[in-house]
Every structure is written in C-alpha cells, then in structure tokens.
Design a protein around this ligand. Structure first.
Ligand code: FEO
Length: 394
C-alpha cells in the first residue's frame, strides 16, 4: 500500500495483505487485512507510529524511502504484538539513533519478544497524558490497557486531532481507500467479526475507552488494521451497542448432528421460536467458521448448543464452540444444551461446566436417549416457553 497523507505531514505508511485468510492462525479474515503504521513529520523531529509484520519489510521500507525518510527520531509503539512491532529490530539498525517511545508495560513486552540488545538505552518511557514535542506538532500519550492487551496505548497528534488507537476500532478489511467512506455490509460485518474476536472479551474496558475517545474528540481515528476512520461516529455507535450489557432479542442455535436426531431437535426448536416471533439464527457447526459464529453471538440474548454424544461426551466440534464462546465472552443472559445420546452421556454437564464462567443462566437442558419422539417435542416446547418468557423482559 503506497504512502499517503492523512493530514498535514501525517502519513499512512503501513502495508496491506489482500490474501490474508486467517489472522493469528485463529480468526478467519475473509476480506484480508492491513498492517497500519503512520509517520508524523514535525518541524524539528519525525516520529513513526507502530510498524508492521516482519514479512512486509520490503513494502514498509519502500514507503519510508518514498517519503525520503533517511533519518528518524522516534518510533512510538502503541502495542507490542508482533503485527505492530515486528519491524522494530530492523528499524533500530536502519536508524541507529532512533528511540522507542512507549509505556512501561509495552517496553517490558517488547524486550521479551525481540530480545533487543542494550534495550534500556533505546527506550523513552512515557506516562498517562505525557507529551512529546516534534516542533510544531505534539504527541500526547494515553496508555489504554486491555483493548486488548495490558500494554495497549493511544497516541494523539494534538494539533491535527488525529488519534492512533492500535487494535482498538480496527478491522481486518483490506481496502484501496485510505479513509473509511465504505459503509458496505462487508465492511460492517468485518468490523463486527473483529470486535467479537479481539475486543468482546474486554467489554468493560471497551466502554471505558469509548468514553476516553469522546473526551479526546478526534477528527481522524487511525487504527492498526483497516481503513482510517474519517467519520468515526457510526463505528463508535456500533461499539457502544455491541459492548453494552443489554443483549438483543435474538437466539443463536449452533448445532452438529451425526445421525439426524440432534438436527431434528434443532429444527423443531428453531421453528417453534420463529412461530413465536423470536428472531433466530441457526448455524451448522461443520459449515460455519468461527468468524461468522463470533459475530452472531455479539448481540444474542440466548445461545443454544446442540450436540450428539460421542463416546461419553459432547461432539468435539461442540466442545470447540463452547471453548470459543467461553473465550470471547458474549453478553448472552441465557444458555442451553440440547441433543441426544445412545447408551450414556455427560455432554450436558461437560458443556455446562465449560460455559459456567460466563455467568449466564443455564436453561433446563433437553437431552434425549435414543430417537427423539413426543417426549423431546414437549421438552423443546418447554425450552421455547422459557426463552419467550425471558426475552419479554429484555
Ligand atoms: Fe493487531 Fe493485538 O495486534
């Protein structure tokens, strides 16, 4: 991605990966991503905000050379994860006098991850709301822990009202446009999947940092991934809704089935809920990637896992899903397990234990021995009754 100017002598110098389909070998990235970094040329000093992943070294250095950046005073690192700090060791060689500006937590993580030689001599450690002059431009620092690591930090160019937020408000969305003037359903879905996987486990910290952004009132928000936000109000409003404690009137039913019994139960429950006018999303776990499922559970008030029994326990795909849900911590108020078994099972207890850290109410499970018949249907109707009753009070 070519170097481009965002505001007066504030440049985007990061890289783009159109082909990326998994981030951290974990999160599907259907639309690729970008690794954003920014260069600020003050009248006296020049600072780089973040770097990119090591494999993009050539593109990154090319961008700096196109801006004739033959010297550099500061590298501000807002977050130590390698997709943002990966080129720091190289830049310390390219620019022998450059200093790394960051908070104490981030400096510790950088030292561990990169094993810098003489690291202590290269760091300038800043505190909350400290400033650093570049001449006619001033950098202001806001250590912002837990969006999404303990080291994360925002940096502002005060005179230009430009705020660099590293992963916060980012998106895994490769785009040729520098600014987010794209409000396509694809962009918004990418933003939601990113929020679900990276920020949702830290919802209360997200809310705190939305307040900080209100206070700073930046004109441009420059995240570490995806387009620059020149009209940030919409995505901030979405983050407010996603991170709030109030779920939507939505049931997500995620199922896996071996011989058809669990699918029959899933279909029956979903159909019953639809007839009651309750919005439902149904996902076959063998066909659904974790990005889609993560996005689906952001707003849901109720999540139902449907699984048969394999040997004594739940199907491994259901275990994987329960672990994902426990990790990304959606705000669902009610959880349920349905399914079937042949000769013995601990599936309900196993999944209930896995999901207990969420603190949500466990609905009465519907777990049937053998082929589901009238007993299953009446129990599933009772589960639908319970969901309808609880969703009335959302
Ligand atoms: Fe984009 Fe936490 O790294």
């Amino acid at each position: 991605m070519a170097a481009r100017e965002i505001a007066d002598r504030v440049y985007s110098v990061g890289t783009i990966d159109w082909d990326l389909r998994y981030f951290d070998a974990l999160m599907p990235t259907a639309w690729g991503s970008s690794y954003n970094a920014y260069l600020i040329k003050g009248s006296e000093k020049t600072a780089l905000i973040d770097t990119c992943k090591p494999s993009d070294e050539t593109d990154f250095i090319t961008n700096l050379m196109r801006l004739e950046q033959h010297s550099l005073d500061y590298i501000v690192i807002n977050h130590a994860e390698q997709d943002h700090s990966g080129l720091v060791p190289l830049l310390l060689e390219v620019y022998p006098g450059v200093k790394i500006v960051t908070n104490e937590t981030c400096a510790g993580l950088l030292s561990v991850m990169h094993h810098f030689e003489e690291a202590e001599n290269r760091f300038i450690i800043i505190g909350d709301r400290e400033t650093l002059s570049l001449g006619d431009k001033t950098l202001k620092f806001y250590p912002s822990p837990w969006v999404h690591w303990p080291d994360t930090m925002f940096t502002e160019v005060v005179e230009d009202k430009v705020l660099f937020t590293t992963d916060f408000l980012g998106t895994h969305y490769a785009a040729s446009a520098l600014f987010q003037d794209d409000e396509s359903s694809a962009y918004l879905e990418a933003a939601k999947r990113y929020y679900a996987a990276i920020m949702m486990p830290f919802r209360s910290s997200v809310q705190d940092h939305l307040k900080l952004i209100d206070e700073i009132a930046p004109k441009f928000i420059c995240p570490g991934h995806g387009p620059v936000l020149s009209m940030p109000a919409k995505i901030i409003d979405l983050y407010r809704r996603w991170s709030s404690d109030k779920p939507q009137n939505l049931v997500v039913v995620a199922y896996v089935s071996m011989h058809g019994s669990t699918k029959f139960m899933t279909n029956f429950l979903v159909d019953d809920l639809v007839q009651r006018g309750i919005p439902v999303q149904q996902y076959n776990l063998l066909e659904t990637d974790t990005g889609i499922l993560g996005s689906a559970v952001v707003d849901a008030a109720t999540i139902i896992l449907a699984t048969p029994t394999v040997i004594f326990g739940p199907h491994p795909v259901a275990v994987n899903t329960a672990y994902l849900i426990r990790t990304i911590r959606p705000k669902a108020k009610h959880l349920g397990v349905i399914g079937s078994y042949g000769w013995g099972t601990n599936a309900v207890d196993y999944l209930g234990e896995m999901l207990s850290p969420l603190g949500a109410e466990m609905l009465e499970p519907v777990y049937i021995k053998g082929l589901p018949e009238e007993n299953a249907i009446s129990a599933l109707r009772a589960m639908a009754d319970a969901i309808e009753e609880r969703h009335k009070t959302l």
